[in-house]
Design a protein around this ligand. Structure first.
Ligand SMILES: Nc1nc2c(c(=O)[nH]1)N[C@@H](CN(C=O)c1ccc(C(=O)N[C@@H](CCC(=O)O)C(=O)O)cc1)CN2
Length: 285
């Protein structure tokens, strides 16, 4: 029987710790941390994620103004909002919820965010800092995965890690974080030959392909730690990950569920990154 890595429970613990830290720091800074959230369009999943982020911020005592813009908003208007948040002294972090509507070039917007307020860690300066091993703001989902591994006492050093997926949000930073923690890392993607041969080498397997239930027990070595970053809805509307949990759980040593695994850790890490930016801007650490 695998250990279930309960991200929902751990995220609640982390948020309680953050709430306590903010309660102590806010009088020293003279204000609470601030996270400016920009949401463009009406994608229902994005609205649900932003609502969860808003609730988490409220609970922790983070000031989180939300800028909701219609689908047909221009690139220039989004840029202007980013500029306003960059200049706002009460704002420590800026989050532009992705995906943006297709007519708005994502890279232009992300590049406009002040790297010191880039709590998503998507700005090229922060990506570069991660590559060279500097302490910086790192994307929330892979950071959340590393926190889950460390809080559950799962060793990474010297282990073979295979990351499935090469996105800016998850795959690439995930591989860099595992490498920084001294794992031997392989990145696989849609063009990888003999995929299951690669994945069966993994002591730690991170699935972030966006292919529902693709990873069955045939892709997993007995005793592996399996982290499922995928999140999709099946034809009955049920949330499923990239990993076929029922097939893989009996042979894994530890596994994340979907829902309740990596997703809640993404939000707890967003608060952690906001706190980190706040402390740095206020010389509190
Ligand atoms: N600017 C960003 N945009 C997006 C990011 C991101 O990190 N920054 N990541 C994803 C979506 N995402 C956060 O925004 C996210 C996805 C899932 C969850 C989550 O808690 N999932 C729950 C299930 C929720 C449900 O019922 O639908 C779970 O897995 O238990 C949180 C955040 C893309 N965009």
């Amino acid at each position: 029987m695998a250990t279930i890595l309960n991200g929902k429970e751990l995220a609640a613990t982390l948020r309680a710790e953050q709430t306590e830290e903010i309660r102590k720091l806010a009088p020293l800074a003279g204000r609470p941390p601030g996270l400016g959230v920009i949401l463009v369009g009406d994608d229902p999943a994005s609205h649900a994620y932003v609502k969860n982020k808003r609730n988490a911020c409220k609970e922790a005592g983070i000031h989180a103004p939300e800028i909701n813009l219609p689908h047909d908003t221009t690139r220039e208007t989004v840029m202007e909002w980013v500029d306003k948040l960059n200049a706002d002294p009460r704002i420590d972090g800026i989050l532009v919820q992705l995906p943006l509507p297709p007519h708005i070039p994502k890279d232009d917007i992300l590049l406009r965010i002040d790297p010191e307020k880039d709590v998503d860690g998507f700005h090229p300066i922060n990506v570069g800092r991660l590559v060279i091993g500097e302490d910086t703001l790192v994307p929330c989902t892979p950071t959340g995965v590393m926190t889950l591994l460390s809080r559950y006492g799962i060793p990474v050093k010297g282990k073979k890690a295979v990351v499935l997926g090469r996105s800016l949000i998850v795959g690439k930073p995930m591989a860099l974080l595992l490498l920084a923690a001294d794992a031997t890392v392989t990145i696989c993607h849609s063009k990888t030959a003999n995929l299951s041969e690669e994945t069966r080498q993994a002591d730690i397997l991170v699935a972030a392909l966006g292919k529902p239930l693709m990873i069955t027990k045939d892709f997993v070595k007995k005793g592996a730690v399996v982290i499922d970053v995928g999140i999709s809805r099946n034809d009955k509307g049920k949330l499923v990950g990239d990993v076929d949990f029922d097939s893989v759980e009996p042979i894994a040593s530890a596994i994340t569920p979907v829902p309740g695994g990596v997703g809640p850790m993404t939000i707890a890490t967003l608060l952690e990154n906001t706190l980190k930016a706040y402390k740095k801007r206020n010389h509190l650490s």
